[in-house]
Design a protein around this ligand. Structure first.
Ligand code: SF4
Length: 335
């Protein structure tokens, strides 16, 4: 079997970051971090070469375009022999919206970067201010325009449950993000990390944690919105790690299977809406969804089916997959 292409991540901690995002723990952990260098890029790609036929190199973690230009050049240059050999097929970087200029994008393009991920986080200026982001929604709109004008792919990251946010502001942020027509989005419900300003606000009673239940309730309609807009959700929730599970996440929306919980809620709501819209409900029904959505429609421990059966007084309910659009639930009577 041919090995699949994979993403090779290189974490670029931005040790000198002048910003004060309340949720960020880079300052606290900076003693245990060191700047990423060309040798890290080479090592990561050498390791990946034995395991996969081709790879996309991704610089994550900091604000890549805020790094000194010589550091950016050194990191990108280290990948060029792997690009020339055909192993690295594309490169991506993540950065802040206010760290994007046409000139900075030209540098990235010159080294073959095709995708720029922008940490929009929210499109509400009050939420951005209360979260110490140091940029505005207008910065994100402008940066998104520059990325597209440079002919690059645009991925937008947003967070839910930040200080000052509620379900309404988060939904409006998602609409504003979708209006920028990114090629993909990542959604990160706020997690309270140990040692962050957010932890202090939370412990002082000045911030209410965005619980897993809050995140599921907020992100389900947001996921539906992106599905309807045809915008792929590349990630929902922080990647589970031993450190997060082992105590680094002290509160907030950390759950190793958060994405599954959100999608299960989304499909439960879609099915509810569909069933409520039917003038006459047959007693035995089959829910029809896209092939890869069957488990999400079913829910954990068949929770969605049990809930629907009880709510709608059904005698029988089951799920089947088929060639259906991802954002729809169809109903078929079981005869
Ligand atoms: S999240 Fe904010 S504070 Fe942390 S590195 Fe990024 S810009 Fe700096």
């Amino acid at each position: 079997m041919t090995p699949r292409r994979k993403i090779v991540p290189v974490f670029v901690p931005h040790l000198g970051c002048p910003n004060d995002c309340v949720f960020c723990n880079q300052r606290t952990i900076s003693g245990s971090l060191r700047p990423a260098g060309a040798e890290d890029v080479v090592r990561a790609l050498e390791e990946a070469r034995g395991k996969t036929a081709s790879a996309e190199l991704a610089f994550y973690g900091g604000s890549f375009t805020n790094l000194p230009e010589e550091t950016q050049r050194a990191l990108l240059a280290a990948a060029q022999p792997f690009r020339a050999s055909g192993f690295v097929t594309s490169l991506r970087v993540s950065t802040r919206p206010d760290a994007v200029t046409a000139q900075k994008l030209r540098l990235l393009r010159a080294y073959g970067v095709e995708t720029v991920e922008l940490g929009a986080q929210s499109m509400d200026d009050r939420v951005l201010r209360l979260s110490g982001r140091g940029h505005t929604a207008a910065d994100t709109v402008a940066a998104a325009g520059l990325v597209k004008a440079a002919g690059m792919q645009l991925v937008l990251q947003m967070m839910t449950g930040l200080p000052g946010a509620d379900r309404e502001t988060d939904l409006r942020s998602a609409e504003a993000v979708a209006a920028l027509e990114p090629t993909g989005v990542r959604i990160y419900p706020t997690v309270i990390l140990r040692g962050t300003p957010l932890e202090r606000l939370w412990r002082a009673g000045k911030y209410r944690a965005h619980t897993v239940s809050d995140a599921v309730g907020t992100c389900a309609p947001i996921a539906g919105l992106f599905l309807r807009a045809g915008i792929p959700i590349l990630r929902l929730g922080l990647n589970p790690t031993e450190a997060l599970s082992g105590g680094k996440a002290v509160g907030g929306a950390y759950h190793p299977a958060l994405g599954e919980l959100v999608y299960a809620r989304l499909y439960l709501e879609l099915a509810r809406r569909k069933l409520r819209s039917m003038p006459k409900l047959p007693p035995r029904i089959e829910l029809l969804v896209a092939e890869n959505r069957v488990s999400q429609m079913t829910g954990r421990k068949r929770g969605n089916l049990l809930a629907l059966r009880w709510e709608f007084g059904l005698e029988e309910i089951s799920v089947s997959g088929g060639p259906f659009p991802p954002e729809t639930v169809e109903i078929r009577e079981i005869l």
